[in-house]
Design a protein around this ligand. Sequence first.
Ligand SMILES: Cc1ncc(C[n+]2csc(CCOP(=O)(O)OP(=O)(O)O)c2C)c(N)n1
Length: 666
Amino acid sequence: MNKPKNGYLDMVDSPEHVRKLTMAQRVELAAEIRQELITKLAKNGGHLGPNLGVVELTIALHSVFATPKDRFVWDVSHQSYVHKLLTGRKDRFHTIRTTDGLNGFSLRTESEHDCYGAGHAGTALSAALGMCAARDQRKSDEHVVCIFGDAALTNGISFEALNNIAHTTKRFICILNDNEWSIAKNVGAIAGYLNKLITNPRYNRLHKDLERLLRKMPKGELAIELGQKAEEAIKGAVTDIALRQSPSVIDADGRGGFGSSVMFEEFGLRYLGPIDGHNLPLLVETLEFAKACDTPIVIHVLTKKGKGFEAALGSPEKFHGLGPYDVKTGATVPPKPGTPPNYQDVFGEAMVRLCRKDTSVVGITAAMPSGTGLKALEKAMPERYYDVGIAEEHAVIFAAGLATMGFRPVCAIYSTFLQRAYDCIHHDVCLQDLPVIFCMDRAGLSANDGPTHHGLFDIAYLRCLPNVIAMAPKDEDELVDMMFTATHQKRACFIRYPRGAGEGVPVKDQPKLLDIGKAEVLQPFANNRGQKVAFFALGNMQKIAREAAAALAADGFDCALINPRFTKPIDEATTTQLGSLADVVVTLEDHALMGGYGSTVLELFAEKRVHVPVVRIGWPDVFIEHASSVDYLRQKHGLTVENTVAKVKAQFNALPVSASGVQKPA
Ligand SMILES: Cc1ncc(C[n+]2csc(CCOP(=O)(O)OP(=O)(O)O)c2C)c(N)n1
């Protein structure tokens, strides 16, 4: 085929088109895709680094397999942009992570080529194995390919799946995409183990042997050959040459040596690799081999995060996922002057201060040192900092263990990822009444990421558990007060706060000890004969409440403004007292309405027989989509000043009118 004027990508509307290209043309396509990623993502940002790393791998996958019949399951799926480009979505690619645009992750509703959705790490092997089992049950012949990163292997679920593969299916292709990075540098023994595999001096020789071997095979005879001699030869070339008796790698599997096998082989998987993940012909031929395999196989592919973009190669952590950047230099747009510091940064600095004052405090992150802000502690006091990898369950139980020995561990885990560790919170922390502190970042929306990353359920999933203290600060100074207060409690404390900039409130030198379960009345009723509206606005909803109260006050309403601070225990006295005085109560929360803070208030009023209409502002009972901005989603779903005011007024219009003409609640 002649090269189209605008390049090969221009004519690729489906994977079939990729398969029509010659190998040389596919190599050119890879370069075009890199350019497309770099230029298109510059405007709105995205997961640039991981996708630049899997360009050849994705082209190779679509060269050998035929989705949607064959199935690709991407772990996390933040690295599936190239797959999107090759599966009929290139014309919309510039819309990725924006309102009504493509999602930044795999999404079953977005394309028939996305057979499984994700956003949280460690799920791909289990889901793909389920597909293998279904295929085997129905005796169909599709291929299932799971693509997971080296950091996904720090996650327990991945190992639960690995443990089951050999017993479940004979046909399963696993691709370990090893770039040595999680978001930050990958950590732990598995990372060390993989590193030993790839730094083995025999790797280079192996790589050449394998390439030579595969090249020698005529295409038509490949399958037969593979089933017999070649398989043995390749296996020998790969596993034996790479992994046997190098003194430097002797203790990597914890059994005193690799023996004739590697970790994956102990799990019953055939291991192939490590191979160069940017060598397209080699990838294609290796995948052809895997396709013909009648045992589950793992192909260990080495890739470079950020390949093809100098700035990204130099800063893999920054370019894992980022906002808009300069196409030439990679420079990101600095925050507008005067923007308050992020909650994350305030949290990180507060951790350093707390640790300096209190030797029992330690910080724990599950592979999110930058995102959570805990990197500040790593820098200042590395001995008080733990990165446990993408292992939220382990993080929580590890913290429980520390707490039994008198420590005050602080788990900095995003609200959405903490869901993974729910049983550990219940069984290990709360049931034993241990004083673990949870700082739940990203409580609220992660607009560009969407439903996998919004943190909208933590109040609901925590408030049913006994022995829980749960709080939400109205600003960054109060966040520090809450952290300080939490270190003085003898039970589990959970603090939820949003992504991004704080309110611009300066942080005091000495944090304040808060009364547990005590709300802050910011503005009492004026008793000016206006109809009374009490606003209970949690955390970052203060602004909407303040503006709604001001708008209603201008219309003659008498508004009280309360900062509840605690969602558990809630301030029963203040809430019932103001509820009894009010004509209408408004609760506002950056959380799902179902089971959230407003529900807590309703339950309290039912119990205490406080008869007052309650307007609840929060997120409706649907998964909130991704969009360009938080503001857009708030507008769309009614978390606005206008909607709050309208709902309050509607309550009054619905109320019966008293003899004096003043509307009163029934
Ligand atoms: C349960 C969970 N915890 C944390 C994260 C945040 N996270 C997204 S991608 C990522 C690193 C993934 O690294 P790896 O699997 O090696 O893939 P790579 O980006 O290197 O291709 C992390 C920690 C997540 N998505 N899910």
